[in-house]
Design a protein around this ligand. Structure first.
Ligand SMILES: Nc1ncnc2c1ncn2[C@@H]1O[C@H](COP(=O)(O)OP(=O)(O)OP(=O)(O)O)[C@@H](O)[C@H]1O
Length: 242
């Protein structure tokens, strides 16, 4: 049986009077791809940011590899092997593609020479080698998404948090993105992803967790979740049902 890599325990997050996350508990096992889905405002981004360390919960805990990281900053979590992408690309536009990935490698404490070697390997892995010298600002939207993933991979994560890396891509770009995610898992990295598009989540994830109104509505194998009447009415809508 695989070990638990991430354990989220009874997370509650209030923004003033608004309950964005209401007593959420979930776990990710080593080697798993888990998808966090749900309608707008369900609390996905809040939970994602709490796991990454960007938002502090009102109460509850986050454990990574058996260690309580609730009070640890994002940089500290990153050094332990918990890395994230951003929905809006955070890359440095004045730097080229390679340099952006080197920044990721340096962030996890590698020396300059090792960081450069690591960055070349990661660029090869995500298929951006021939764009290494191009300024990040000149990459296509799909390439920018790959660069975001590359920067996170350069920190040598054990668990990768992917924030809507597929949104806005063409169907063929999305298929290539899905292939990349599968290869990341094959490389031994567990994945927790937030996505809106069910067509992307369903074939990719081992387990889908559906949030609604700040709580877990249901979770399970995508095929079972898609059949769940509560998911259809809260999220997918009658159109999907038909
Ligand atoms: N920093 C904040 N301050 C105040 N309210 C917030 C903050 N962040 C999120 N919220 C509110 O918390 C609720 C949950 O938002 P969240 O962004 O987590 O949902 P989501 O499922 O990610 O939605 P979307 O799919 O639209 O991104 C929303 O009502 C949102 O307006």
């Amino acid at each position: 049986m695989s070990a638990t890599i991430l354990d989220v325990g009874h997370i509650t997050c209030r923004f003033g009077g608004l309950l964005a996350n209401d007593d959420i508990s979930l776990s990710v096992q080593e080697g798993e791809i888990v998808g966090l889905i749900g309608p707008n405002g369900a609390g996905k981004s809040t939970l994602f940011n709490i796991v990454a360390g960007a938002v502090s919960p009102t109460s509850g805990s986050v454990s990574f590899l058996g260690r309580d990281v609730t009070a640890l900053r994002p940089s500290g979590r990153c050094r332990l092997g918990l890395s994230r992408t951003f929905q809006v690309m955070r890359s440095f536009n004045s730097m080229n593609t390679l340099e952006n990935v080197i920044v990721g490698a340096l962030a996890c404490g590698e020396g300059a020479r090792q960081a450069r070697r690591n960055a070349y390997e990661v660029l090869d892995f995500v298929g951006l080698t021939r764009r290494a010298e191009v300024p990040a600002s000149e990459l296509t939207p799909a390439e920018k998404r790959r660069l975001e993933v590359a920067r996170a991979l350069a920190t040598r994560p054990k668990l990768l948090l992917l924030d809507e890396v597929m949104s806005g891509l063409t169907p063929s770009e999305a298929r290539a993105g899905m292939d990349l995610i599968v290869r990341i898992r094959e490389a031994g990295i567990s994945i927790l992803l937030v996505e809106h598009v069910m067509e992307i989540v369903a074939p990719l994830v081992d387990r889908a967790i559906v949030l609604n109104l700040g709580r877990i509505l249901t979770q399970g194998a995508p095929a079972d979740v898609l059949k769940d009447e509560r998911v259809v009415s809260a999220y997918l809508g009658e159109e999907y049902h038909a």
